[in-house]
Design a protein around this ligand. Structure first.
Ligand SMILES: [Zn+2]
Length: 307
């Protein structure tokens, strides 16, 4: 059960983030997952198997497969406290990645200071062995994706409670057509620009309203905008994806983004009625079938089974 202190609850309430939390809270009482009845059954969802692996495979670093169907050997953890970053939601044990991703985050955290950003609050990266997750993401499976909050790190070490329950600020205006000018600041544009300019970065995903703000604020140097793509959600954090590392021949790259800054008419779709006010479904949506081990590269079975 959650042991949320009254003081923290009150703080959250006064901050106006009471019921509509911008993202899932964690927990201070993490229980290990119960063993599976049929772990070897071919129909067992791979997310159930990977979620039960609490330690990485101590092999050379290797990202295997595609961002949304793969796994990770030789993961390293981003330390939960750094000079200019802190990891959030520690109970999820998702601060794992390929060493290239960890190095990127440490580099960005330092560069961020120079554009007026106090430090990074880092959300989900990958599980210790990558793979699909029980909650949250379709990607983040090969240790090359990370979510970074659009709320700056405060000047103190956050408590365990804050790391589980603190909510990031919503950046998008209520009508979803633009950012909320009362929370958005230009440092956020410079932070995302700094990330996009890193040569290891392949893509960055943000809400379309945030992309619109970046387009407006970018000025004449616009090359970096091509990597920054609009996507659903991503209204309180941005998602950074790095390229397949050279040590990972089984890593499948994503095709390069369309050339151009992606501003202007390319954004219209995201502000159309069908996206902003979708018609209620006529029949309940069928749940998507979960990935099984057969849907992942064969090498992921070794990663899963390794001691
Ligand atoms: Zn993400």
């Amino acid at each position: 059960m959650m042991r949320l202190s009254l003081r923290l609850l009150l703080t959250l309430f006064l901050a106006g983030v009471g019921p509509a939390l911008a993202q899932d809270p964690g927990t201070l009482d993490k229980e290990p997952l119960p063993p599976l009845d049929h772990p070897d059954s071919p129909s067992t969802p791979a997310k159930e198997l990977f979620a039960r692996k609490t330690k990485p495979v101590p092999l050379a670093a290797r990202s295997i497969g595609f961002y949304s169907s793969g796994c990770l050997a030789g993961a390293v953890a981003l330390p939960i406290n750094g000079p200019t970053w802190q990891v959030m939601r520690l109970s999820r044990n998702r601060n794992w990645g390929h060493s290239k991703l960890v190095a990127f985050l440490e580099r960005l955290a330092e560069k961020a200071k120079k554009v007026g950003w106090n430090g990074l609050l880092v959300g989900d990266m990958s599980q210790p062995r990558g793979g699909p997750m029980l909650s949250g993401h379709a990607s983040h499976q090969v240790g090359l994706d990370a979510d970074i909050w659009l709320t700056p790190m405060p000047d103190r070490k956050l408590s365990s409670e804050e790391r589980e329950f603190m909510s990031a600020a919503e950046m998008v205006r209520e009508d979803r057509l633009d950012i909320d000018p009362s929370v958005w600041t230009h440092e956020r544009t410079e932070l995302i620009r700094t990330a996009a300019e890193d040569p290891d970065v392949e893509r960055i995903f943000v809400n379309a309203a945030i992309k619109k703000a970046l387009c407006r604020e970018a000025g004449s140097d616009r090359g970096w905008l091509a990597k920054v793509r609009p996507w659903w959600g991503h209204d309180y954090h941005f998602h950074v994806r790095i390229y397949c590392p050279a040590d990972s021949p089984e890593c499948k790259p994503q095709p390069p983004p369309e050339p151009g800054d992606g501003c202007g008419h390319e954004l219209d779709y995201w502000f159309s009625d069908e996206v902003l006010h979708p018609a209620p479904p006529t029949e309940p949506a069928k749940p998507k079938p979960s990935l099984t081990m057969a849907n992942l590269p064969a090498a992921c079975r070794q990663v899963l089974m390794a001691p």
